[in-house]
Design a protein around this ligand. Structure first.
Ligand code: SF4
Ligand code: SF4
Length: 314
């Protein structure tokens, strides 16, 4: 496994990052023990970097994996929260520490920033994280984003250490610009010393039919210190670890087909339509429906917003 320095954070991360959205309640719905076993498999094979979020509901899974880890303090866990106030971020940070049983959170990000305006609105939460970093409770702070402008904006903010942007070979899911415009913003951020790690290299599953090309595209970008790949089974972990170790003659894992399912009890409240960052949903005949399947990156944000638990990635 190759390791890279994550910007100027002092953290050295495996090029393969375990994307933990896929194992949790928004997607495969593995139990903490089952999900923990999948993460443990990755840790045992040299993956030392994991990306999760308060939204994903996977802190118990991460905790299980860390329990069976010989040196849990050496695992680099990145998490994120939508909190925008000091009080909200204080709660999010304590929840992460408590539920993952960690004294120190290696990386804490502002989740899903859209622009320099949303960054300004989240400044109190960022300031709270910076205070926590000064006290040694957090080691690095930053943002995750699907938006080109947010990468530029975060690149300009001196206190930001880490950026996790959406980037993939076709540009699916990128907001506010093209793939190449996102690459330009990423290059700028990396030049400013930010540690950059990619999310959605496989477009949330859309690029599985061309997974080699999709992963090679991200691996060939030096400005990407690491690449977060969602994994939900031991087989997928083994496959991705092999590929990231340089084995190129391996078969397609073949079990990545995903779709969005809307249950009969959907009440048509449109909360999911509003939550979708990619305009993939609308209300048709009183129920949520995917109206733009090509745009859906299976992020699960719609499911997280549904008061009826009626929409999910399966
Ligand atoms: S949020 Fe849930 S109940 Fe509301 S429209 Fe979407 S799927 Fe239906
Ligand atoms: S439809 Fe749901 S899973 Fe698909 S992009 Fe929108 S929020 Fe994400």
């Amino acid at each position: 496994m190759e390791y890279r320095e994550l910007g100027k954070t002092g953290l050295v991360v495996s090029r393969l990052c375990f994307g933990a959205l896929t194992i949790g309640p928004l997607q495969r719905q593995l139990s903490p023990a089952e999900g923990g076993a999948v993460i443990s498999r990755a840790f045992a094979q040299g993956v030392n970097f994991l990306d999760t979020a308060e939204l994903y509901g996977t802190y118990p899974h991460v905790r299980e994996a860390l329990k069976s880890c010989r040196k849990p303090e050496e695992m680099i866990i990145a998490t994120k929260s939508y909190a925008y106030s000091r009080e909200g971020m204080a709660e999010s940070l304590e929840k992460a520490r408590r539920e993952m049983d960690l004294d120190v959170i290696p990386i804490f990000l502002l989740h899903e920033q859209e622009s320099r305006h949303t960054l300004r609105g989240h400044r109190p939460a960022l300031d709270y994280l910076l205070d926590a970093k000064a006290k040694g409770v957090v080691r690095a702070v930053g943002i995750s984003t699907h938006f080109v402008d947010a990468v530029w904006a975060a690149g300009e903010i001196q206190e930001i250490d880490v950026i996790s942007p959406l980037i993939n070979v076709t540009g699916i899911g990128i907001q506010g610009g093209t793939r190449d415009e996102m690459l330009e913003a990423i290059a700028y951020a990396a030049q400013q010393g930010k540690g950059v790690y990619a999310m959605k290299p496989l477009g949330g599953g859309h690029l599985l039919s061309s997974w080699r090309e999709a992963l090679e595209f991200c691996l060939s970008r030096d400005e990407l210190a690491s690449i977060a790949v969602g994994m939900k089974s031991i087989e997928e972990v083994d496959h991705n670890v092999s590929f990231f170790r340089g084995e190129r003659h391996i078969a397609n894992p073949g079990n990545g087909h995903r779709k969005l399912h809307v249950d009969d009890w959907c009440v048509g409240c449109a909360s999911c339509v509003t939550a979708c960052p990619n305009s993939a949903l609308d209300i048709v005949d009183g129920r949520a429906q995917v109206v733009n399947a090509e745009s859906c990156v299976f992020c699960g944000y719609c499911g997280a917003s549904c008061p009826e638990f009626a929409i999910k990635v399966i």
